[in-house]
Write a protein that binds this ligand. Structure first.
Ligand code: SDX
Length: 429
């Protein structure tokens, strides 16, 4: 038997096998706990609970390290296209040029939506949030591909991966066009993946939108930085739904819904709303930080703090640098960026944040770039969803192929009423 931990409870001692990861990360296997000790673990929010072994993404929260398939996130953000990183996550290796070209062409082929899907958009209110539209339309795509219902069918799953990677940008761009009462724009075969998204978002029948290469590069980098993040809330949701053998469209739709939460992917929109509030209220960064620290308030410094990173989120480092570069090259003097930097400085020198190891996360600077390149605020979380799609897909497939996978079904400790006799209604009250 390999290394183990011992646990003694009420005079009984059991051994918990140790699971050790590539980077020395340690898990204690408690799968025999209930049968041997009659007890379960308790871990609200699963902060200390590993749900799986995974070979896709490694995070060291203390050191602020993030790697996709062993490659450092800063290298991937600087040197790869989004679909190149998507192939890395899905296949485990960086593609050759011919492989990437073939994959890019196959994904672009799928960017067009079935014409019947186009009518869905007319049913949504003009002010429908893009994440509501995305979750609903992604889930409904399963009705168009009945052959892709079994997630264990490898060939169909490969096609569904391309469909979901390809169609989410179109769904989100069309939700924006519907919100503005403008006609939908269709993808051009001559354009790349990111260019097509921007074209579908901003082109009009009387005027083609020609994307600025700087804007394309900034968005490409943002998608790469958001592509995966091991077992975060939305990815875990995708895995839980997929563990029931639900189809890929259902699982990914569930991931979209989870990502919408302001504590998760919704934080980038909430961040800009927070900065705008501070600016319009005339609060100084110090005054706002004091409000955040006041425990009677529910105010949080959005874009700060992380369940795993107890150091600077490496993605935030890349995004902070990119924000300055993008605004300088676009010739934009952005008050929000200056305010964000002053907020960061105030927080990082404040004991409340230092003691809790609260640092900027991926959302603290991403929204500033998105705003500067003209992405509408309500689309920010949807941008995160486009970026996270390859991670959701790669994790879904890893789970389907993992022999340890079982349907996700946590236990509980019951704290309700003890057994009591039934009371006929005429005897109640
Ligand atoms: C993402 O998991 C991932 O990997 C997610 C993600 C990904 O790529 O998928 O990285 C993307 O979701 C980034 C996080 C975006 N969310 C925000 O920026 C919202 C603001 N941040 C927080 O709400 C919070 O930090 C979380 C939700 C991110 C993490 O929550 P935890 O780990 O459950 O921490 P907690 O809420 O228990 O906080 C611990 C303490 C508390 O204080 P005390 O009770 O000890 O006094 O820290 C405080 C919290 O009040 N705290 C904050 C804070 N975050 C934590 N106080 C003020 N402002 C904050 N932002």
């Amino acid at each position: 038997m390999g290394e183990f931990a011992e646990l003694t409870f009420r005079g009984r001692t059991i051994r918990l096998p140790v699971v050790e990861g590539t980077e020395g990360d340690i898990g204690l296997d408690v799968s025999s706990l209930r049968s041997e000790l009659g007890a379960i673990t308790m871990d609200p929010g699963f902060a200390n609970t590993g749900s799986c072994r995974s070979a896709i993404t490694f995070i060291d929260g203390e050191q602020g390290i993030l790697r996709y398939r062993g490659y450092d996130i800063a290298d991937l953000a600087e040197h790869t296209t989004f679909l190149e990183t998507a192939m890395l996550l899905l296949k485990g290796e960086l593609p050759t040029k011919p492989e990437l070209d073939a994959f890019t062409e196959s994904v672009k082929e799928y960017m067009v939506l079935h014409e019947d899907v186009r009518h869905f958009f007319n049913a949504f209110p003009k002010d429908a949030h893009p994440m509501a539209v995305a979750g609903a339309v992604v889930g409904s795509l399963s009705t168009f591909y009945p052959e892709a219902m079994d997630p264990r069918n490898v060939e169909e799953s490969r096609e569904s991966c391309r469909r979901l990677l390809a169609k989410l940008p179109t769904i989100i761009a069309w939700s924006y066009k519907h919100s503005r009462g403008r006609p939908m724009a269709y993808p051009h075969h001559s354009m790349g993946y990111v260019e097509n998204f921007l074209h579908m978002l901003f082109s009009a029948p009387y005027r083609d939108y020609v994307p600025d290469p700087l804007v394309v590069r900034a968005l490409e980098m943002i998608f790469v930085l958001h592509a995966d993040h091991e077992q975060n809330c939305s990815t875990s949701t995708v895995r839980v739904v997929g563990s029931a053998q639900a189809n890929m469209f259902a699982a990914i739709s569930a991931g979209v819904w989870a990502l919408w939460g302001p504590l998760h992917g919704g934080a980038n929109q909430a961040l800009i709303e927070m900065l705008e509030h501070i600016r319009q209220s005339g609060l100084t960064p110090r005054q706002f930080i004091d409000q955040v620290k006041n425990k009677t308030s529910t105010i949080r410094l959005m874009g700060f703090g992380h369940r795993v990173y107890k150091n600077y989120d490496p993605r935030a480092k890349v995004l902070k640098k990119a924000a300055f570069e993008a605004l300088e090259r676009l010739g934009i003097q952005n008050e929000l960026l200056d305010l964000a930097v002053r907020l960061e400085e105030a927080a990082l020198t404040d004991d409340y944040f230092i003691e809790r190891k609260l640092y900027p996360n991926v959302d603290f600077y991403s929204g500033i770039i998105l705003k500067a390149i003209g992405i509408p605020l309500t689309m920010f979380t949807a941008i995160f969803a486009i970026g996270r799609m390859p991670g959701w897909l790669a994790q879904f497939h890893e789970m389907q192929r993992d022999p340890e996978t079982r349907i996700a079904r946590p236990r509980q400790v019951y704290t309700g009423q003890a057994r009591r006799d039934f009371l006929p209604i005429e005897q109640r009250g």
